[in-house]
Design a protein around this ligand. Structure first.
Ligand code: NAI
Ligand code: MG
Length: 352
């Protein structure tokens, strides 16, 4: 019997609680089938908690999480609480404290899910955006001077380190080696003359260490156009924090619905717990009505299983997702269907 792995579960707000319940049931079914066990610590950290107690999480929250093997998160955010409070009070401290330097966003057009792009066909569009998650353009270095005067200035520094660019590039090349063997690096070295040529140089160095993987480099503007015009050409796309952020939302839109998009915030060294969460938010407009699509949370749970060393269980979960989406009666409203969250949950469990 392998040792029990510990999962910290943060359902959060709104539909976060509804989709995470499904993800947990699916995880348990997959674990039972493959002979391992998961133990959960359910945490009520959320905007609800903030409104009651004045903080998204307890002061020792990060210490609690540190004792777990992984974190499964639903979504946080609620109308009465400013979004920067929910983001900086929970998500960003977790990503940074646990050096989750990879943000992984798989993109697939599934059979049964219509892409807004006429030519994006099921089975042909299947790629992963690898976003640098802890440095780059989203840095705390900079400031404002001469506030309120005509000569007021704002300075925002970008930080690109050799260690940071090397490790994200290595992750992308290794991931591509396990897939179709093709990396595209997002750059803008024609316009951003210091950091982006450095990014390009370091990526080229790491490419040389992975001769089995084909690669090219594209300026971010041209790359955005190619996501729309030729989404089937990509395998692994690697970008800085800002470029990866924008590209990954564009890519999720290409796949047809935000309700199915998963993400992983990874510490590939396994020193700290990694965090898995659907891309969507708490959807206050549909919360409590039982119609939320649980697929984004369930696919995120499959990424968690892969990361914890259960690739066969992860493959089973993904196969159940494929089967459920293929069937018109088990598609939710965001995909043009009429199924509720509970119907999709039953179908997923039946497949596993
Ligand atoms: P949202 O993703 O919550 O909703 C956008 C639209 O998509 C809504 O019409 C919603 O009904 C629909 N939708 C989202 N997920 C769905 C699902 N699983 N099934 C069916 N339909 C779905 O984004 P919005 O409205 O901008 O943000 C709502 C709150 O969520 C805000 O407080 C925001 O800050 C927070 N948020 C939190 C995130 C996180 O925890 N990582 C990510 C994005 C937003
Ligand atoms: Mg974003």
């Amino acid at each position: 019997m392998p040792p029990t792995q510990r999962i910290a579960v943060i359902p959060g707000d709104g539909i976060g609680t509804e989709v995470i319940e499904v993800a947990r049931r699916v995880l348990d079914a997959a674990a039972a089938r493959h002979g391992f066990t998961l133990a959960y610590t359910e945490l009520d950290w959320s905007c609800g908690r903030y409104l009651d107690e004045g903080a998204m999480m307890p002061a020792d929250g990060l210490d609690t999480l540190r004792e777990h093997d992984a974190i499964l998160l639903g979504a946080v955010g609620w109308p009465q609480v400013p979004d920067h409070v929910s983001l900086w009070g929970l998500l960003i401290p977790i990503r940074r404290a646990f050096r989750q330097y990879v943000n992984l966003r798989p993109i697939r057009v599934f059979e049964g899910v219509e892409s807004p792009l006429r030519k994006a066909r099921a089975g042909e569009v299947d790629f992963v955006v690898v976003r640098e998650n802890v440095e780059g353009e989203y840095s705390e270095v900079g400031g404002r001077v001469n506030r309120g005067f005509p000569d007021e200035q704002a300075i925002q520094e970008s930080i690109f380190t050799r260690a940071g660019v090397s490790r994200i590039a290595d992750y992308a090349f290794e991931l591509a080696a396990s897939r179709r063997g093709y990396v595209t690096s997002a750059t803008k070295s024609n316009g951003i003359v210091h950091t982006m040529p450095f990014w390009d140089e370091v990526v080229a160095e790491r490419a040389a260490a992975h001769p089995d993987v084909r690669w090219d480099s594209e300026h971010i503007d041209a790359l955005a156009a190619k996501f729309v015009l030729q989404p089937e050409r990509f395998d692994v796309v690697v970008g800085s924090n800002l470029f990866g952020d924008i590209l990954s939302d564009l890519a999720a839109a290409v796949a047809g619905s935000i309700g199915i998009a998963p993400s992983a915030n990874l510490d590939p060294t396994h020193t700290y717990p990694s965090m898995f969460e659907p891309v969507h938010g708490s959807a206050p407009d549909i919360a409590g009505t039982g119609v939320a699509n649980p697929v984004g949370a369930v696919w995120s749970a499959a990424l968690l299983l892969s990361h914890l060393g259960h690739p066969r269980a992860a493959a089973d979960v993904l196969a159940a997702v494929e089967a459920t989406l293929r069937e018109p009666t088990t598609r939710t409203g965001d995909l043009g269907g009429t199924a509720g969250t509970a119907d999709v949950a039953e179908a997923l469990l039946a497949h596993i």
